[in-house]
Write a protein that binds this ligand. Sequence first.
Ligand code: CA
Length: 224
Amino acid sequence: MKILIVEDEKKMASFLERGLKEEHYAVDIAYDGEKGWEYAMTNEYDLLILDWMLPKMSGVDLCQKIRKEGKTVPVLILTAKDSVDDKIQGLDHGADDYLTKPFSFEELLARIRALLRRPAHLTDKTVLQCSNLKMDLIKRQVWVGDQEISLSQKEFSLLEFLMRHSGEVVSRTAIAEHVWDLHFDPMSNTIDVFINFLRKKIGETPTKSKIETIRGTGYRLACP
Ligand code: CA
């Protein structure tokens, strides 16, 4: 899952980036509202975290502008403002949630998980299942049958994306956009390499879940 952070305080931005990457999210950062707008319009994000007070365009204005474009991506607004009126203003402008600084990182993670569980993401669960494959999103554990397997951060994110779209064909572009960050080179064979790592780890038999290659298009996680 890929998150855009728009935050002008460099320390806060890098604290969030580091923390979210440790939690296996792909993260892009913009330091002002205009850059945030540019990124949000040219990339596919699963969640936006917008600081309220930003140079060039406020987080609330940015959120409103994004909604006017018809984008339904979940938006979480961060701010030092904590009056009820401010919260109402933020939510009225299309934000889905609101968190007041200072906040605990654990609370932020819980809210992110809640926002990513919206219907568009096809699950209201914290455990994903695809025939013999099971993934616990909170404990970050994966099982093949009764056997727990160990995955790297990227392998986990890639498998999570495939599991959220199990049975659907997902393109390499969609995978790159949701699992890797802006610096990813789409011409490299990285995705294919990671798919092969995953295939080895989840094992493949005709009757169990497996990652199929759809020639010229991408991949599909089949759950027989
Ligand atoms: Ca700020």
